[in-house]
Design a protein around this ligand. Sequence first.
Ligand SMILES: O=P(O)(O)O[C@H]1O[C@H](CO)[C@@H](O)[C@H]1O
Ligand SMILES: O=c1cc[nH]c(=O)[nH]1
Length: 289
Amino acid sequence: MEKRIPESELIINPDGSIYHLNLKPEHLASTIIAVGDPDRVEKVSKYFDKVDVKLSKREFVTHTGWLNGQQITAISTGMGTDNIEIFMTELDAIVNIDLKTRLPKPKHTTLNIIRIGTSGSMQEDIPAGALLASEYGIGLDSLMTFYKTVFSDFEKNMGKEVKEKLDLPFTPYCIKGSTHLMEQLGKGLLIGNTVTCPGFFGPQGRKVRISPAIPDIIEKLSAITVSGQRLTNFEMETAGYYAMGRLLGHEVISLNAIIANRITQQFARNPYEIVDRLIQHTLLQITKG
Ligand SMILES: O=P(O)(O)O[C@H]1O[C@H](CO)[C@@H](O)[C@H]1O
Ligand SMILES: O=c1cc[nH]c(=O)[nH]1
């Protein structure tokens, strides 16, 4: 017999919605476009034929609607893998737990989750303006210390290599995204491996007033190759998504609008145009069927 999940562990709001996301099962499509910036949700849903649901709480803004007969949810997560842990756990609970009985549902529902995010390139040949799909996420954050995940040999080797090259006191985790969503959405995009950092400045080698502890982190990371795979870009969520997706049984892909090149030190003149191209690419591929 499955055990009822207590009130303190899975928190349901008085209206029956889940605690942080503020959503009930009827608010969610099985295809989800996840973005960091709450203002980006409207930049996705403006392309929908109709929007049925508009809800928000904290940084989690949700619009659910229809495009070419397909139901899609666009939802924002805020920044960082700590938010992604909450986001993925609560999304999963909405579809895989009966929120009234607090018991897991007998049949698992798999969600298709597509992150559309901004990112900085660490390779000279990947300029600002490029669109890139992440094959692997490499997490420099500590999230996976608190869950047990099974890693492939390649993933273990990449984690060890990054630990060694950066001389870190912990082993980063490396984890693959959805092969199925990569086939559907990676078409026409660059394919890369994304380093997920627990910060925008020091952890990505940026110095404003205080110096990062690893000042040459970009050079060190961009020089790594494992089984012919190199690291391509920095952001703050992808590895968390891929790890939580594997643990919870959801298909997840991360698509990146490259808005900065850290080698040539260029920042895009119009980052919103790059993100818009990625949004349009994604919606077209999703609704092609
Ligand atoms: O554009 P989003 O999705 O927020 O993603 C990137 O931008 C933020 C930093 O500016 C981080 O969240 C990073 O991952
Ligand atoms: O350089 C960048 C650009 C966007 N997001 C990041 O986390 N880093």
